[in-house]
Write a protein that binds this ligand. Structure first.
Ligand code: ADP
Length: 497
């Protein structure tokens, strides 16, 4: 086997130490899958308190003086995860020694986010260049979302002869927009502030910088790769993405081995596609834990989500009372999430109006997320847009068929239950097209009706549980993109050997 490329994977989140959403999960799983596929991968991530705590023996491998602008000095610490993944921790206590959410404090963005994540990108570029203070030099610099988006721009403006670059969009709605006057503080030259540089409608856009200068661009599902080229879902970057269309590819995320109902340590009882009866134990345990009435005849709906407009939480709130009060057997609902205050309050109020039948867990709780996926009957994910979506993949794997809107990764992974798809053996959930409460209601009613038909439901569950959303499959596709990026960049791997 030809040795795989050396890859520096830059991220601002990595489960289990730092996670606000899907990026944390992906940054934990994809590097390992790449390594198993033969790549030599290292993950660069800020040394947040949780990482210092997890790796107290991390050793200093580089001391880096202030790299330009007003960016401070930092150190690189090296550690290794239990799975043998080498980590490069960017140690800069003034920027990263802050517990909790990496981007915000008390619901507000940290005022120095531009500087904090410019430093991450700046150091990533340094490590990917011939000026690197460490001997290991990557062939590929793989950037993820706006937090590392400036790295390809630094390679363009500051360092010559750097690695080939890949920019992955996990969510194009978050772009890292900062005022023009931070340009010099970030150590970028004046000439970078142009439309084919880092400028975006009068501001600096970290994500745009990555999309402009990376050799290849990926996003996390084929459908989303098409959608972000459209004005309605491109968030202003659709023109640039249409221009770079030939370099853009959608690669579906995998599901981490941690999400497996046959081995999941959080579950009351393990089960698989051949032992689905045991799933009921999880439902009983969940209902008892949440104070829901024990009523096996009632379907239990579930949501695990950021509580935001993107995720269609307003659509749920708009139809929930109707859904919960109709029919002979009253439906139940559990919601786990946090986000916009109005939605948090809305779900709390919903729970107060339907005591014993609605549970609202406002917060972030990994254990509860697993137990809900296992214990619920039907999963709701009515997103307005969804780059890939992980929770519908988890719910498929946990035999909890999802009701989803036909967008992004949801459209790529959930097959609507119809006569045709049932006969073809592909049906695994319920899909609706239009982002309105009526359409969600109709699709959820279809799901509830199907749930009452035990045979049909078993078929949906088994189809979902047998799907292959594996990381090795995704890793093979990323390796092909890396090859293409190296070819496009003209970067010769031998120069780094
Ligand atoms: P996004 O990254 O847009 O938030 P994804 O579906 O791609 O959405 O990923 C969400 C991830 O975060 C999943 O792993 C999900 O289980 C987790 N998650 C979201 N909200 C919560 C919560 N309140 N508690 C625990 N896990 C959560």
């Amino acid at each position: 086997m030809r040795p795989g490329p050396r890859v520096l994977f830059v991220t601002s989140e990595m489960a289990p130490w730092q996670k606000t959403g899907g990026l944390g999960d992906i940054s934990a799983a994809l590097p390992i899958a790449l390594k198993q596929a033969g790549a030599d991968v290292r993950v660069l991530i800020p040394a947040y308190p949780a990482l210092h705590k997890a790796f107290p023996k991390a050793r200093v491998v580089a001391r880096i003086p202030p790299p330009g602008g007003l960016l401070p000095a930092s150190r690189i610490l090296q550690a290794e995860t239990r799975e043998g993944m080498p980590l490069l921790l960017l140690d800069c206590p003034t920027f990263f020694d802050r517990p909790g959410n990496p981007y915000q404090t008390q619901g507000r963005d940290w005022p120095d986010n531009a500087q904090r994540f410019a430093l991450l990108a700046r150091i990533a570029a340094l490590l990917a260049s011939t000026d690197s203070p460490i001997a290991w030099r990557p062939h590929i610099l793989h950037c993820n979302d706006w937090q590392s988006g400036l790295a390809p721009a630094y390679l363009h403006y500051v360092h010559a002869g750097g690695a080939a670059t890949v920019m992955t969009i996990h969510n194009i709605a978050f772009q890292g927009l900062f005022p023009e006057n931070t340009l010099s503080e970030l150590g970028l030259p004046r000439k970078a502030f142009v439309y084919d540089g880092v400028e975006f409608y009068g501001q600096i856009s970290f994500l745009k910088a990555g999309l402009q200068f990376a050799n290849k661009i990926t996003t996390v599902s084929p459908t989303y790769a098409g959608e972000i080229q459209r004005p309605d879902l491109g968030f202003g970057l659709d023109g640039l993405l249409r221009y770079r269309k030939a370099d853009l590819e959608g690669i579906l995320n995998g599901v981490d081995a941690l999400w497996n109902p046959a081995t999941d340590a959080y579950l009351a009882k393990h089960y698989d596609a051949h032992h689905l009866a045991a799933k009921a134990e999880n439902r009983r345990a969940l209902a008892a834990e949440l104070g829901l009435e024990s009523d096996p005849a009632a379907p239990l709906l579930a949501i695990v989500s950021r509580l935001t407009h993107q995720k269609g939480m307003d659509l749920v709130l708009a139809c929930a009372d109707e859904l919960l009060t109709e029919g002979e057997v009253l439906t139940q609902l559990v919601v786990l999430g946090n986000g916009e205050r109005s939605f948090e309050q809305g779900f709390r109020a919903l729970a107060a109006r339907h005591p014993g039948r609605v549970a609202a867990l406002i917060g972030f709780d990994e254990r509860a997320a697993h137990r809900i996926e296992a214990g619920a009957d039907i999963f709701l994910m009515p997103s307005r847009f969804e780059p890939c979506g992980l929770n519908q993949l988890y719910s498929l794997r946990y035999g909890t068929p999802p009701v989803v809107r036909a967008t992004g990764g949801l459209a790529d992974t959930v097959v609507d239950c119809t006569q045709q798809t049932l006969s073809a053996g592909t049906a695994n959930g319920f899909v609706f097209a239009s982002a309105d409460a009526g359409s969600l209601l109709t699709a959820t009613r279809r799901a509830i009706e199907a749930w009452h038909n035990r045979r049909l439901w078993r078929q949906l569950q088994k189809t979902g549980m047998s799907a292959d959303f594996s990381w090795p499959k995704a890793a093979a596709q990323y390796l092909a993109v890396y090859d293409a990026a190296i070819n496009a960049s003209g970067f010769s791997p031998t120069t780094a050997d």
